[in-house]
Design a protein around this ligand. Sequence first.
Ligand code: HEM
Length: 178
Amino acid sequence: MLLAANQEWQARARAEVLEICKDNLPDADMLRNMKTLTMVIQETMRLYPPVVFVIRTALQDLKFKGITIPKGMDIQIPIPIVQQNPDLWGPDAHQFNPRRFAKGIIGSSTSPQAYMPFGMGARVCAGQHFAMAELKVIVSLILSKFSFSLSPAYHHSPRFGLVVQPGNGVSLHIRRVS
Ligand code: HEM
């Protein structure tokens, strides 16, 4: 949806894929070299993290910034709110701007903890690298074969189910490019 709405980034990501893969299926080295596509996926998961919160349980009574958190209490960490906080991401926090990841995740915001689509710490997603590889394979194959734009029928309505998903699907106009 974000690539359909941002044709400039779609063209850029496609050009990169075609240059790196030529007529071949992507292999591990090619995926590693897809810098633009990586930035696009990172920015997509910043704006629409599939998992909207992670939970941590206090193992003992603790105080945090004057708030008492009793032992046993669950704390929900709201990932989309952290990832769109203008204090951390700047005034364009709500906009799609993959360029913010040009220097990697560390340089993308004012705090290294501000980006957490895969959670954080000891229980961070065990499949995060596999998930990134899957995403790059799927999106690069789509980009190499098709160009796409949003249909006027598209109605933006992200919805929280088990994960964040488009509430009314994503209607696209699709054209073959090769
Ligand atoms: C875009 C895709 C994915 C997203 C956004 C995602 C996100 C997450 C998040 C937010 C957590 C909780 C981390 C925390 O509590 O700090 C998690 C945990 C986990 N994920 Fe993923 N995940 C994805 C794909 C996958 C895949 C493909 C696998 C397996 C092949 C996987 C396996 C796991 C496992 C095993 C855990 C539990 C880790 C633990 O508690 O030690 N995930 N994931």
